[in-house]
Design a protein around this ligand. Structure first.
Ligand SMILES: Nc1ncnc2c1ncn2[C@@H]1O[C@H](COP(=O)(O)OP(=O)(O)O)[C@@H](O)[C@H]1O
Ligand SMILES: [Mg+2]
Length: 308
């Protein structure tokens, strides 16, 4: 597998506000990687740098084996960028928007015509051929936005929160389109707030905190690094006793937003857990395999976690 994108130790500050602080990431061709992290942690800044809308203060980036260069316009055509805010022209029709993006990416009039027809068909946009983009629903605008990012068949597709502003039904349509691109081997880097979205679409995720990636790999890789393979969520008026009992068993304990999480070495049944906690009053108890949500909180949600 060859490397599509390699980011090495980049730093970026806006004035005195340090946003990226030693950020590194690697993406192989054909992979789809989800960059996850809290609001304001610098995800869009990373994407803007990859797409050369911003420049890092320090650090190197290479795209398809070539270092990014301020002067080289070819770098632009390697990437298709679906920005967080919709970049379409509301007064134009869908095909006119696609045509515009095709031309700024250097496609000839004839190539443009062919690509626009293809994308209108594959993205089921023909139904809205006569509707001005400003009149389309958010979900259809986002479909068109995605099509526009693909007009020049970029080697890397960059999607900044592609489904953040759309309803549930439109989201599942966009997921199917992205899955289809993934299955056709398009290399994709996306950011998301939806852990379920990352879990469904991505073969790798990178969790970001304090300006850098704190952990990356497949979801399975991340879960193996958790303090347990199953998690019991307990509500109780007596958290002290619960913690003591759990720790006697060697279980890792976390307290979080009104409940206690016990990381178990394997998926125990409720009766075994209740036996281990005997003597403590429980209000509720559930157990499930560890998930990406647990990993997210464990690796980057430290502020909401109090280690006991
Ligand atoms: N052009 C800019 N000038 C000044 N501050 C910026 C600029 N772009 C982003 N920031 C700040 O950098 C931080 C990271 O922003 P951003 O990359 O948009 O985060 P995310 O996409 O993870 O929500 C935020 O605090 C934001 O206010
Ligand atoms: Mg953002």
């Amino acid at each position: 597998m060859t490397t599509a994108l390699e980011i090495n130790d980049i730093h970026k500050a806006f004035g005195r506000h340090k946003v990226l602080d030693g950020f590194s990431l690697r993406l192989e061709r054909g992979e789809i990687l989800g960059l996850l992290g809290p609001n304001g942690c610098g995800k869009s800044t990373v994407l803007n740098i990859i797409c050369r809308l911003l420049w890092p203060d320090v650090g190197q980036i290479s795209l398809m084996g070539q270092p990014l260069n301020r002067m080289n316009n070819k770098d632009h055509s390697l990437v298709g960028f679906c920005t967080q805010r919709c970049a379409l022209y509301p007064d134009l029709f869908p095909a006119e928007n696609l045509h515009f993006f095709g031309r700024i990416h250097g496609l000839s009039a004839q190539e443009c015509q062919q690509r626009v027809a293809e994308l209108m068909r594959t993205f089921s946009l023909n139904t809205f051929a006569e509707t001005r983009v400003g009149q389309l629903s958010g979900g259809w605008q986002q479909r068109l936005h995605l099509a526009a990012a693909l007009i020049h068949q970029p080697a890397l597709l960059v999607l900044d929160e592609p489904t953040a502003a759309v309803d549930v039904e439109a989201r599942s349509g966009l997921w199917r389109l992205i899955e289809d691109l993934r299955d056709r081997g398009v290399t994709i880097l996306l950011t998301s707030h939806h852990l379920a979205e990352a879990e469904r679409l991505c073969n790798k995720v990178a969790l970001m905190r304090n300006g850098k990636v704190v952990v990356s790999g497949s979801v399975a890789d991340l879960l193996v690094r958790m303090p347990g393979q199953a998690v019991a969520k307990v509500q109780s008026e007596d958290p002290e006793t619960i913690s003591q009992r759990a720790m006697l068993r060697g279980w890792t304990v976390r307290q979080q937003a009104g409940h206690i999480k016990l990381f178990l070495p394997q998926n125990l049944d409720l009766r075994d857990i209740m036996e281990a906690l005997a003597g403590a009053k429980l209000t509720s108890l559930s157990v499930q395999p560890v998930s990406l949500d647990d990993a997210y909180l464990e690796f980057i949600g430290e502020d909401s976690l109090i280690q006991i």
